[in-house]
Design a protein around this ligand. Sequence first.
Ligand SMILES: Cc1cc2nc3c(=O)[nH]c(=O)nc-3n(C[C@H](O)[C@H](O)[C@H](O)COP(=O)(O)OP(=O)(O)OC[C@H]3O[C@@H](n4cnc5c(N)ncnc54)[C@H](O)[C@@H]3O)c2cc1C
Length: 369
Amino acid sequence: MEKFDITIIGAGAIGLAIAAELAGKNRSILLLERNKKFGQETSSRNSEVIHAGIYYPENSLKAELCVKGRELLYELCKKHEIAHKKCGKLIIAVTEEEIPSLENLKIKAERNGVTDLQFLEPGDIKKIEPFINTPCAIYSPSTGVIDSHGLMLYFLAIAEKNDVLISYNTPLTGLYKEQDGWICEVLEPEGETFQIFSRIVINAAGLGSAEVAKIAGLNYRVYFCKGEYFAVGNGKRRFIKGLVYPSPHHDMISLGIHTVTDLAGGFKLGPNALYVDHIDYSVDWEHLDIFYESTKAFLPFIKKEDLSPDMAGIRPKLQGPGDGVKDFIIKAEKGDYEGLINLIGIDSPGLTSCIAIARRVKSLLEGFE
Ligand SMILES: Cc1cc2nc3c(=O)[nH]c(=O)nc-3n(C[C@H](O)[C@H](O)[C@H](O)COP(=O)(O)OP(=O)(O)OC[C@H]3O[C@@H](n4cnc5c(N)ncnc54)[C@H](O)[C@@H]3O)c2cc1C
């Protein structure tokens, strides 16, 4: 049976960032992916925003890894010419009643180490976004956008250059604990299974992460929370420069339907947040009215006929319907599960945090090596 020091499950932004971080230290590393290419799931179906770290509970992993990860990401992008733009973003009050929630958000951000938020006067808001309606806004200069595919390609190149073996079309189907590691059972495209031995297994399987933990014998619950996007056409891109977010709802299931302006010049609204039972990336035309109604007060230049269904992504959330905000789980399991590192509930800001998450995993491994 073939043996590896480390097996990583999932070639999304997180699994690839971990592979790049751990590669090249005389370790044999296998990266298993169930799809025929990397980055086919959540990592290519999101807003591609580099978040500043504003919204997350104080002392949470989300706050810590977002703030660290954002700086590491900007550094990496600059050094290796990965397409990105530190474009800043506005978080706006749609009505006067929402102004106190912006004040609270600024305090929360400061507790997380995000100290560069500025309240803007109406005249300054108009200088940034002349066509939006808002009585008050805060500006986050350290928010940006990134080409997530370019980022994953970079991690992939580093991993491959350092001899990480990447196996596509090969879902993990079984995990059995041995004394010094794990037997991983993998399904081949032809329908046969094969086994490999790995001293350490890192579960970065995103939407499949609870399932992977379950086949090892551990119980985690991940909810699927879909986010749809509607494209804005009819030349309306000229009315918006960048990212405009409403003030977030207190349940924090999502950050609210906002503008998404990508590096290729696209303009979308999204994402909404709908709990679903299975993975289905279709966008429901019937949700067009909700998108229009929830943005018309601050984006008055958008008409219903400018909107058309675009794409959808699915967040792997620990927070179920009616629950409070839940943090990322990044955990080296102990006892009977020693040698298994689980990353569960890596929803937003997972993309922003990917390098910081990879470094955290590396520090968890120090105990094993
Ligand atoms: C609508 C939406 C908007 C978002 N916006 C942002 C944003 O603006 N900024 C931000 O920072 N974050 C954002 N996020 C979050 C971000 O996209 C995720 O945190 C990040 O992409 C998670 O990466 P991942 O590698 O964990 O997951 P994935 O990209 O889903 O990768 C997991 C991989 O594991 C593979 N896999 C699963 N099970 C198995 C198995 N049994 N065997 C082998 N392979 C398996 C899958 O095929 C997949 O390729 C958003 C998410 C959504 C859904």
